[in-house]
Design a protein around this ligand. Structure first.
Ligand SMILES: [Ca+2]
Ligand SMILES: [Ca+2]
Ligand SMILES: [Ca+2]
Length: 169
């Protein structure tokens, strides 16, 4: 998969209603949906961290600051620098919300709950987990998870491509 295809893939996941733009509301709903589905309370400090991280990502993506991120804006923005500076903390914050026993890993149940919360279909959760659990120990390591998303965004790498193969809409 080339990087433009990878970016289209991610963009279409984030554009939940499929209207061709990622609205501020759509993007900032992600930590709320994750927290709700994972049983975090509204005053969970991890949720506060996630909200702040997502605000930063949206502001960073929305180059013309009109509250809507077009694919042109997204494609110009997404890459190594954007990932390392602002995406990684946001994705890490969702990982931490999902890591309900705070052991630094997502087991199959935690991972499936997170995917479900973010609107990914349950049907391929098993395949996605297996693709991300590289050493097959039944859990996904935080750094490995973030590294795999990074290489998907920057190189279109195959294990994440496989994990994301079936996406919302
Ligand atoms: Ca949309
Ligand atoms: Ca915009
Ligand atoms: Ca865990």
């Amino acid at each position: 998969m080339d990087t433009i295809t990878a970016k289209r893939h991610i963009f279409s996941m984030l554009d939940v209603d499929g209207d061709g733009v990622i609205s501020r509301q759509e993007y900032l709903a992600r930590p709320e949906l994750a927290a709700k589905a994972l049983g975090s309370a509204g005053d969970d400090p991890l949720l506060a961290v996630a909200r702040t991280a997502h605000e930063r990502v949206f502001t960073s993506m929305d180059a013309d600051q009109d509250g809507r991120v077009t694919f042109t804006e997204y494609a110009a923005w997404a890459g190594e620098a954007a990932f390392d500076d602002v995406c990684r903390p946001a994705l890490g914050s969702l990982f931490d919300l999902a890591d309900t026993d705070s052991d630094g890993h997502l087991d199959r149940e935690e991972f499936t709950a997170l995917r479900h919360a973010l609107g990914n279909p349950a049907g391929n959760a098993r395949a996605a987990f297996d693709a991300l659990d590289e050493d097959g120990d039944g859990r996904i390591d935080r750094d490995a998870y973030l590294a795999q998303i990074r290489s998907f965004v920057t190189e279109g790498s195959s294990s994440m491509a496989q994990a994301l193969h079936t996406h919302h809409n």
